[in-house]
Design a protein around this ligand. Structure first.
Ligand SMILES: Nc1nc2c(ncn2[C@@H]2O[C@H](COP(=O)(O)OP(=O)(O)OP(=O)(O)O)[C@@H](O)[C@H]2O)c(=O)[nH]1
Ligand SMILES: [Mg+2]
Length: 330
């Protein structure tokens, strides 16, 4: 049985659980764009041929699967169709899902979701990303998640670049009923982080989440600032930062992938949070990020509320993308 049928059996049976419904809803736009085109393509061709694979390649690229990965997937499919004598478009689409799964599952750093907590002392999660991608919102969502899991959470307003950023994070901290450590506007982020690390130790905090400024004139500046923050954290708390999440806005497409490439060079990334998945029709970006960087997607942002954060689950993601709420076969 191919993965396609497997996913259909696993998630398609009724009643559906809440998480599956959330995925379906969050990936609705991507599903409509991707699966309907795939469906139309299979219906137009009785048998696959060179043109079929060309069109398929185009659909994949336009869904932000990334040029390299799209080309590779199509090449592998072509080989498979030749060696196994597959000519039915449906069989090819089935094989495509299998390949997408294998590519994600076997590449790069191990797949994990939850923050890995240090055995003792505060665990530090550094959050990086360019402006406007949803950093502050994601920090609030993560704080909410771990507070609900019974952890003592504290925030550090390391984005001192923009006065509004500190204020915005403060509002979330109030709403969540958790502590926040702030510095004066334009103060050195490393000094805010230093204070926060001290306080986190004193207050026996389980999770310290550090916001940072993404806007820097040059990559050298960004690298300098992040390495200073990282050094300060590591001096105060052994092993810190334990986690470093890059936030990527799914609606920025391949631009988000190049941001990721840049940040991977300047920060010790351990995970990605892809935000605004609910607002894009190009959900393939997740496959592209994994293919290019090998860093696992830990969570997905599927809305603006603090509850709208889901653990990334490869099966559910592929199900949402390919089968979606209507459960029709692509
Ligand atoms: N639909 C949707 N909107 C989101 C999501 N995450 C964030 N947003 C919205 O995106 C906008 C920017 O989010 P912020 O969290 O302020 O982004 P930021 O990266 O902290 O921005 P700066 O601090 O200005 O650099 C806000 O209007 C959020 O409500 C998401 O997963 N889905
Ligand atoms: Mg912010």
């Amino acid at each position: 049985m191919g993965l396609f049928s497997f996913l259909k059996n696993k998630f398609g049976s009724k009643p559906k659980d809440e998480a599956t419904k959330t995925y379906e809803k969050g990936l609705e736009k991507s599903h409509k764009a991707f699966a309907s085109r795939l469906d139309a393509l299979s219906k137009r061709y009785g048998k696959v041929n060179a043109e079929y694979f060309e069109e398929l390649e185009e659909i994949l690229i336009e869904s932000d699967v990334g040029v390299d990965l799209s080309l590779r997937l199509c090449e592998e499919l072509l080989d498979k169709s030749k060696s196994e004598g597959l000519s039915d478009p449906k069989a090819i689409n089935d094989a495509l899902v299998d390949l997408m799964f294998v590519d994600y599952a076997t590449k790069g750093q191990a797949i994990v979701n939850e923050v890995n907590f240090a055995p003792d002392g505060p665990t530090v999660l550094l959050v990086v990303g360019v402006n406007g991608v949803g950093k502050t919102t994601s920090i609030a969502k993560l704080a909410y998640r771990y507070k609900n899991q019974g952890k003592k959470v504290m925030l550090a307003a390391g984005d001192t670049f923009r006065a509004g950023a500190v204020e915005q994070l403060g509002i979330w901290a109030d709403r969540l009923g958790i502590d926040i450590v702030k510095g004066a506007a334009n103060s050195d982020p490393a000094s805010v982080v230093f204070d926060a690390a001290r306080k986190a130790k004193q207050d026996k905090v389980d999770l310290l989440i550090v916001d940072t400024a993404g806007r820097q004139q040059t990559k050298a500046n960004l690298m300098q600032e992040l390495s200073k923050i990282t050094r300060v954290l590591g001096k105060e708390i052994p092993g810190a930062p334990h986690e470093c999440f890059l936030i990527i806005d799914a609606t920025t497409g391949q631009n988000g992938v190049s941001q990721a490439r840049c940040f991977k060079e300047v920060a010790p990334l351990t995970g990605i949070v892809v935000t605004k998945m609910d607002g894009t029709s190009k959900g393939g970006i997740i496959l592209s990020i994994r293919d290019e960087l090998g860093v696992p997607v830990r969570f997905m942002g599927l809305g603006e509320r603090m509850e709208d954060l889901e653990e990334f689950d490869l099966d559910k993601y592929l199900y949402g993308l390919l089968l979606g709420a209507d459960d029709g076969s692509a």
